[in-house]
Design a binder for this molecule. Structure first.
Ligand SMILES: N[C@@H](CCC(=O)N[C@@H](CS)C(=O)NCC(=O)O)C(=O)O
Length: 200
């Protein structure tokens, strides 16, 4: 199997951490998304990463679907709870974390416009949403103080690491008001799957 990814994509990082936590061997190919005709286009017409290409050449995307595929491919150790209520809760947190990724990327792209061309209202709205979602994630992490030492991370924890790591990479100021979340992230960086996938 081969994962097409970039070294800064939080969606790809989520998948990469899941592969490592579940101990699933997979080659990783770094893609330059700005290059015309880059490798991911051959496997996903949308040209987005992550894309997982199976040994029979078929593709799986996007990141949420890849996670479901990995769980079917190798059910143990499970990263998604079997209990229906706990499962929905894990998927909700994954969606919340993905929303942080989406909104942070939109914020960063808008911020790159010349200052007189920026949509100030959009930036303000996006910032508010990111901060509200981070506050919610911080509450979740209060219950995950042992996550640095558990045998396997859950999807909710993996998605949280990927989202918070991305905010830290692009807009670290947004994390200043979340000291508990920041401390939790420091603990998580001691974990091999988290340190090996840190954005570079
Ligand atoms: N919902 C998708 C989002 C993937 C995504 O937007 N990836 C970005 C990189 S972080 C990308 O490939 N952008 C290139 C493009 O949109 O052409 C997922 O969860 O996999």
């Amino acid at each position: 199997m081969r994962l097409y990814a970039t070294q800064t994509s939080p969606y790809a990082r989520k998948v990469h951490i899941a592969l490592l936590e579940k101990n699933i061997p997979c080659d990783v190919e770094w893609v330059d998304l700005r290059a015309p005709g880059h490798a991911a286009l051959e496997h996903n017409p949308l040209g987005k990463i992550p894309v997982l290409v199976r040994d029979d050449g078929s593709s799986v995307y996007d990141s949420a679907v890849i996670i479901q595929y990995l769980e079917v491919l190798r059910p143990e150790p499970a990263i998604i709870p079997h209990d229906p209520e706990a499962r929905i809760e894990a998927l909700r947190i994954e969606a919340l974390a993905s929303g942080i990724m989406d909104t942070t990327i939109a914020w960063v792209l808008e911020q790159r416009h010349a200052s007189d061309c920026q949509d100030a209202a959009m930036l303000q709205r996006a910032r508010g949403k990111i901060l509200a979602a981070l506050a919610m994630l911080q509450e979740e992490t209060d219950a995950w103080q042992d996550a640095g030492t558990v045998s396997v991370l859950t999807l909710a924890q993996i998605a949280t690491v990927a989202a918070v790591g991305y905010v830290d990479l692009r807009v670290p100021d947004f994390l200043v008001q979340f000291p508990d979340l920041t401390t939790w992230m420091h603990t998580m960086r001691l974990r091999p799957s988290v340190s090996a996938t840190a954005p570079r």
